[in-house]
Design a binder for this molecule. Structure first.
Ligand code: PMP
Length: 420
């Protein structure tokens, strides 16, 4: 007994070695502690050792795309819900953890997407993982056609569905998807899993085209609208709403944590599918339900976002203004059909260095996006300007990027390659 207790378990050595490899590859993760200042969003406070104090930083990498998390009515709804109902729910949905607020939010989300029913999960990650794993283990012989760039949470659900088969199709490539659908046995149950806005490249799927293929080959469609809900469509119902094809998608999944600025995930679908998942998805059943403050705030946020189209207009006005300023200053960026503005860098160390210098020397924060989130050689800064970024902030950021991308050799390299 004693000998076993005193010996170092081999897992500790495994961790040391794995961490060494990660460090060596320049992929060791460090988090920059920034505290959001609700009244001054997108200005955050950064604690700094060098000045033994704090200083203001403008953040360009928030997924609270519309700034809904700091809208006073949304904050008040959270405070009110805590006062009324307490800090937590004290149970799973089944065990005294369903309040009228949960039911109202599910109904609101179903209405947003024009579906019969909605189902809340504790995060967008869990909604994907739990729903896909449960569906793909429900009947024998499922084949899941999964876009090559699907998010880790969808992959977790698909991989976790033992007994099902996975066919990966080339990203947003309908010809490849069709060839793969045609090659599969006609009588196998099929599901196509894809996203609308792909958050790292900022490109958008042809939802109508994928749904047409799904009809032709008898496949169910599962669409992740995490980076689109709140932002696209007349009421923020996502790209499927904007394109008028929400009816054709079987299951629309979303988050309350990005465009709605709060927390939590959900799916909307037919009453039958929602009822089935409500009764069988482990990740829905066996976890404490979302706390009242989150549900209350999310309900207030979804209602506001649905009604206030000016928030979406303001977002895209600012995104366009930012692109205009980048172009005028000769700062390279990737043009996308979405609100996402990637700045290509192409090297992990350089990308981290530019991000660090941007923060230390200029007081702007943009997350470096490195492998494995994106393929090696395509490292980038991913910027998400929003309604709250002023012209002055933009001008200062564009100036800083121009200086750093020149000094760090990104612009000279593009110029040499004839791309700038
Ligand atoms: N799907 C996609 C495409 C995502 O990017 C993310 C999170 N970044 C999720 C799902 C998970 O959503 P959440 O943050 O609400 O867990």
């Amino acid at each position: 007994m004693g000998a076993i207790k005193n010996a170092r378990h081999p897992f500790y050595n495994h961790c040391d070695e794995a961490l060494d490899r990660i460090r060596h590859a320049g992929r060791y993760r460090t988090f920059t502690p920034l505290s959001r200042q609700a009244e001054h969003f997108p200005v955050y406070e950064e604690e700094r050792q060098d000045i033994s104090g704090t200083r203001d930083v403008v953040v360009w990498s928030t997924n609270d795309y519309l700034g809904m998390g700091v809208v006073p009515e949304v904050q008040e709804a959270a405070i009110e819900a805590v006062r009324m109902h307490g800090a937590g729910t004290g149970g799973t949905r089944n065990i005294a953890g369903t309040s009228p607020l949960h039911n109202q939010l599910e109904a609101e989300l179903a209405a947003l997407h024009g579906k019969e029913a909605g189902l809340l999960f504790i995060s967008g990650y869990v909604s994907n993982q739990a729903s896909l794993q449960t569906i793909l283990t429900s009947m024998p012989g499922w084949i899941c056609f999964s876009d090559q760039l699907n998010h880790a949470s969808m992959i977790a659900g698909i991989k976790g569905a033992r007994g099902s088969q996975t066919v990966i199709f080339a990203h947003n490539d309908l010809a490849d998807l069709e060839a793969k659908l045609a090659a599969a046995p006609a009588d196998a149950p099929k599901l196509i899993a894809f996203e609308s806005v792909y958050s790292m490249d900022g490109d958008i799927a042809d939802i109508a085209g994928i749904c047409a293929l799904a009809r032709r080959y008898g496949a169910l469609t599962y669409l992740d609208e995490v980076h689109a809900v709140g932002l696209y469509g007349a009421e923020g119902g996502g790209v499927s709403q904007r394109d008028g094809v929400a009816d054709e998608v079987d299951i629309i999944e979303g988050t309350l944590a990005k465009g709605f600025g709060v927390h939590g995930g959900y799916i909307t679908a037919s009453a039958t599918i929602v009822d089935f998942l409500r009764s069988t998805a482990s990740g829905f059943i066996f976890t404490t339900s979302l706390p009242p403050c989150v549900v209350g705030a999310a309900l207030a946020s979804v209602r506001k976002v649905r009604a206030e189209n000016w928030r979406r207009e303001a977002l895209f006005e600012r995104v366009n203004a930012f692109r205009h300023k980048l172009r005028a200053a000769g700062v390279p960026f990737t043009m996308t059909p979405s609100h996402i503005v990637p700045i290509p860098v192409g090297d992990a160390e350089r990308c981290k260095r530019i991000s660090r210098r941007l923060l230390n020397e200029f007081g702007h924060y943009a997350t470096p996006i490195n492998y494995p989130t994106v393929p090696e050689g395509t490292e980038r800064l991913r910027l998400t300007p929003g309604p709250f970024h002023t012209d002055e902030m933009m001008d200062d950021m564009v100036r800083a990027l121009g200086i750093l991308l020149r000094e760090e050799g990104v612009i000279p390299a593009l110029e040499a390659a004839g791309q700038a």
